[in-house]
Design a protein around this ligand. Structure first.
Ligand code: ATP
Length: 248
């Protein structure tokens, strides 16, 4: 694998004021890959996503996207460049309808490149094909939807910014297992459409099943990385909890 990854971080450090939350994080996603990022509460997963997206201040050369150093660019510029986000807590416009929430994203997204196949772009119609329940309820106010349906809107909205890589921050959080499966079942279709995925996930088995590669973080550092399907539970437990943790 000699080609440069689509998105990468290089010895990335970041924090909040005097508090350092990330310590030299090297992370990469290649075109078409699904990469999971796991770790306990407070490990630094959301901070890594925020740093990539420009919500926290980082040095320019700490983040590279499609061959350019982009660290510290403004979040809206990152989105226009092709990095999408499904944020923790969804951050939808609760008083607006499903369709209006989806529409808002279109103006803020990546513009198609010259020569890009327009048919491959995400449209509201394609989002409704992905999640038919959203079509049925398209005029309903988001506030009245279930948590799972709101998460579908959040994913749809992010896709309508035409991301080349989509960062998903704990999309299963607080949802019933059946709903989690419904949402995870569409991820292969998103990937097939050409969008790479980064899945921040608390559920380790789910993360492992859904991804090609997996990173584990502990206290602001990457403690394990490798192919998801060959990683042992013991290696993951040690990376997740620290070397002193006794594996059952
Ligand atoms: N806005 C903030 N101000 C100060 N410290 C913060 C802030 N957000 C996160 N932190 C701290 O940064 C560290 C990393 O937090 P982060 O939210 O990135 O972890 P996480 O792995 O995403 O955990 P979670 O699963 O709980 O979201 C933690 O010590 C956390 O307390």
């Amino acid at each position: 694998m000699s080609e440069e990854p689509m998105l990468s971080t290089h010895a990335l450090t970041a924090g909040y004021g005097d508090f350092q939350a990330l310590f030299g994080v090297d992370f990469e996603v290649r075109a078409g890959e699904v990469v999971a990022l796991i770790g306990a509460n407070g490990a630094g997963k959301s901070t890594l996503l925020r740093s990539i997206l420009g919500l926290l201040s980082v040095a320019r050369d700490m983040v590279r996207f499609r061959g350019e150093s982009v660290g510290g660019s403004k979040p809206h510029a990152m989105v226009r460049n092709g990095i999408g986000i499904v944020p923790e807590g969804r951050r939808l416009f609760a008083g607006m309808s499903i369709e209006d929430n989806l529409r808002v994203a279109i103006d803020y997204g990546r513009k198609p490149q010259r020569g890009e196949n327009v048919a491959s772009l995400w449209t509201i119609e394609r989002i409704y094909k992905l999640f038919p329940i959203l079509r049925e309820r398209r005029d309903q106010v988001v506030h009245n939807l279930s948590g799972g349906q709101q998460q579908m809107v959040a994913i749809g909205r992010a896709l309508l910014t035409q991301p080349m890589v989509l960062l998903c921050d704990e999309i299963s959080l607080g949802l019933a297992p059946k709903v989690i499966h419904e949402i995870y079942d569409v991820l292969p279709m998103i990937r097939q459409a050409g969008t790479a995925l980064v899945l921040v996930e608390q559920d380790v088995s789910l993360a492992q099943r859904a991804s090609d590669r997996l990173y584990c973080m502990l206290e602001g550092r990457i403690t394990l990385t490798g192919d998801s399907n060959t990683m042992t539970r013991e290696a993951i437990a040690e990376a997740y909890f620290g070397a002193n943790h006794a594996v059952a």
